[in-house]
Design a binder for this molecule. Structure first.
Ligand SMILES: [Zn+2]
Length: 456
């Protein structure tokens, strides 16, 4: 808990009084019981005081008088907002569809025809408004988005996130390889893809009122969709601009082998050779990364977006999550809308636990126990919560996911709700509360959401 005497240094904008839970480290819960959190005009946390302390009571009185104090009920908890590292915004209309197809068929038959429709700006605007509202209602305060190849629709997504106050990292998707991209949905050339990417970066950087809420992301869809020439251009642009990078890496047998055959090296090694692997790179999935790839990821400080629901349908394997965490890879969670059929990071947090347990126990009862098990693979609910919040923030290199002075106040209130499956009891320990939230909380249990101190 931070209790600085510097509250007077600048006037906080608003204050929150109640019990906050967060996870500073994997498997570690910190309880900030009956604290007052003071938030400045820039959305950053100015101070956290015990509510009953002199500073705490003075601040509470001041904000009560000003009408800027929010007091939680005894059965409500303040939690950091969820961080979603992997969303395909244009795929929102096909959530839950065609999940019985293999990845390469799913892309060509359903996904590319849908994404091509975002040439229509009105269609894009309607879908993106619905998506951003839906994610915020699920407590997701930060999202890393793939848009489509269309610059106007991608700009619209940035406008909508800014207007709705959702922290967003957004990429105009680049894909130019005729071998894998259909003629109706691909960049005309590597040069035009780079030019449109530069135009989107410039647009976001000059967006009025942005103040760091929206960031541009360099987004080669994945190696199979891009020519070497395009990957080289985008790698150079990443070095030049310092922007975040996102792409897919070793998701399925098909993708993993495709890159091995085309490039002669693994997906992660190829991305590194193109200059696309850095501290601000997020690779979706990474289910098939080998030991050398893990060394590469750790060396670069790159992160993995673990999408455990999507992986059930498209990845052919369970991510060796525990192994990655033990080696120090940054990992956060992603819904992979619409590869995964839920917009909720909490759904993915519980699925991350389930997937890790299945990897540990093995799934084929016809095999002997020793053959089917992969020892020490499990994570617990608290570690899944850490992945969904703190660790997602670390992966993005952003001060989010924790209640700490200097961190952004991105938060949600969770509690019992009529019609919800969550049942918190007065005698529950904080550990029990957190377990119940990870396993049972849904959209109806999330009553309030703030991004950068602003209620959304
Ligand atoms: Zn994806």
């Amino acid at each position: 808990m931070s209790d600085r005497n510097s509250t007077a240094a600048r006037a906080s904008d608003r204050a929150f009084l109640g019990t906050a839970l967060h996870a500073p480290a994997p498997g570690r819960l910190e309880v900030l019981r009956d604290v007052i959190v003071l938030v400045g005009p820039d959305g950053a946390i100015d101070a956290i005081h015990p509510g009953a302390s002199g500073d705490g009571m003075a601040a509470a009185a001041r904000h009560r008088t000003a009408g800027t104090l929010r007091t939680l009920e005894p059965d409500q908890y303040l939690l950091p907002g969820m961080v979603d590292l992997h969303v395909h915004a244009p795929q929102w209309p096909q959530l839950g569809l065609a999940l019985d197809e293999p990845l390469e068929v799913w892309l060509q038959k359903y996904t590319f025809p849908l994404e091509a429709r975002y040439a229509d700006l009105d269609f894009a605007t309607a879908v993106y408004e619905s998506l951003v509202d839906g994610l915020l209602a699920n407590g997701t305060t930060t999202v890393m988005y793939y848009a489509s190849i269309h610059l106007p629709a991608t700009r619209a997504l940035a406008d909508i996130c800014l207007r709705r106050s959702q922290r967003a990292l957004i990429g105009r998707v680049s894909m130019d390889d005729p071998a894998q991209c259909p003629p109706y949905y691909r960049d005309a050339s590597a040069a035009s893809a780079e030019a449109d990417t530069r135009a989107f970066i410039a647009y976001v950087q000059s967006l009025p009122g942005n103040r760091g809420l929206i960031s541009p992301v360099i987004t080669p869809r994945f190696i199979p969709s891009c020519t070497d020439g395009l990957l080289q251009r985008l790698g150079s642009l990443a070095q030049e601009s310092g922007c975040h990078v996102q792409t897919h890496c070793s998701e399925s047998d098909w993708q993993h082998r495709y890159v091995l055959e085309r490039c002669g090296i693994s997906d992660a090694a190829a991305l590194e050779s193109f200059g696309l692997l850095g501290r601000r790179t997020i690779l979706a999935h990474g289910n098939f990364v080998g030991d050398d790839d893990v060394t590469r990821l750790v060396g670069a400080g790159a992160g993995i977006a673990h999408c455990p629901l999507s992986n059930v349908y498209f990845s052919d394997a369970v991510l060796p999550l525990r192994r990655l965490l033990d080696r120090g890879v940054h990992v956060g969670l992603g819904t992979d809308i619409a590869g995964g059929a839920s917009p909720s990071i909490l759904d993915n947090a519980r699925q991350a636990v389930i997937a890790s347990r299945l990897l540990e126990s093995g799934v084929d009862a016809a095999l002997e126990r020793g053959q089917r098990r992969r020892e020490a693979s499990r994570i617990d609910a608290l570690t899944a919560f850490w992945l969904a919040t703190t660790s997602g923030g670390i992966a993005l290199d952003l001060p989010i996911g924790l209640f700490r002075v200097g961190y952004q106040f991105d938060a949600m209130v969770v509690g019992n709700a009529a019609g919800g499956n969550l049942r918190l009891e007065a005698g529950d320990s904080p550990q029990q509360v957190l377990q119940k939230i990870v396993y049972n909380a849904g959209r109806s249990n999330i009553s309030d959401v703030w991004v950068a101190g602003r209620r959304v």
